[in-house]
Design a protein around this ligand. Structure first.
Ligand code: DGL
Length: 269
């Protein structure tokens, strides 16, 4: 039995899509979440900067003596994790492997779309892993840099989001994909808009949900927090304004997180 927490981080709100799924799949686990809201977005930064931020985020979560760290950020998982995974003496999982595993099982016509931040798409990591499963798979990539600011500002379901989604997704839809990987953990917050545009025949893969299923297998039975209230089990840290994170985070997680969020200075780590 291991009562240590699961550490999870992202550049901002997006990683909460993974946290929500981890809470559902593993309701007895305790979670420490860090959202780097002071430095979001990661996806438009250089690889060196993404590496620096990712290392700092891991060092911060390690101060809590967590048992595993989940990089709930497609950008850090693809542009940094392959380079740094051996630098830390603890298990670190990203979101790419689990999403690819789900996508190659879901597709019937072997045409998979991948949307993500510029950093994720530039890394080529999704395409590399998908074609390693089956070289006949066709992968259609598209970077969607404006989706992250829309999410961070709460534009989940509105006209401007629909217009931008149509612009980004037009070619992928025209290519006839039957599976679309939401390769950035912010994007499930836009699932309704993306799903409506792509149509019923396209399976959307939520990378946060897939990593939660993976964790359930990996950590099965490895906890004992069942009776404690939310405030004891779930703690959130951000590197910028606490109140906007509390507001949007509570709506999204469908549970009150007011009073459980603290601000930290991530530059110290
Ligand atoms: N949610 C992150 C991702 O999955 C990061 C988005 C960003 O900061 O650009 O890529």
């Amino acid at each position: 039995m291991n009562n240590k927490s699961i550490g999870v981080f992202d550049s901002g709100l997006g990683g909460l899509t993974a946290v929500k799924e981890i809470m559902n799949e593993l309701p007895n686990e305790s979670i420490i979440y860090f959202g780097d809201t002071g430095r979001v977005p990661y996806g438009t930064r250089s690889r060196d900067t993404i590496l620096k931020y990712t290392r700092g985020d891991i060092r911060f979560l390690k101060t809590f003596d967590v048992k595993i760290i989940v990089i709930a950020c497609g950008t850090a998982s693809s542009a940094a994790l392959p380079m740094i995974k051996d630098e830390f003496d603890m298990p670190i999982v990203g979101v790419i492997d689990a999403a690819v595993y789900a996508a190659v099982r879901a597709t019937k016509n072997k045409k998979i779309g991948v949307i993500g931040t510029p950093g994720t798409i530039k890394s080529g990591e999704y395409e590399k892993q998908i074609t390693a499963y089956d070289p006949e798979m066709r992968v259609y990539n598209r970077a969607c840099p404006m989706f992250v600011p829309l999410v961070e500002n709460g534009y989940f379901d509105c006209e401007v989001t629909r217009l931008i989604a149509a612009e980004y997704l037009e070619e992928i839809r025209a290519a006839g994909v039957d599976t679309l990987i939401l390769g950035c953990t912010h994007y499930p917050l836009l699932e309704k808009v993306i799903g409506e545009y792509m149509g019923d025949g396209v399976t959307l893969i939520n990378s946060g949900a897939e990593v939660a299923k993976y964790l359930k297998k990996k950590l099965h039975g490895d906890t004992a927090h069942s009776a404690s209230p939310d405030a004891d089990r779930y703690r959130y840290y951000v590197s910028d304004d606490v109140s906007s994170f509390e507001e949007l985070g509570s709506i999204f997680l469908e549970r009150e997180i007011n009073g459980q969020v603290s601000k930290i200075d991530i530059e110290k780590y």
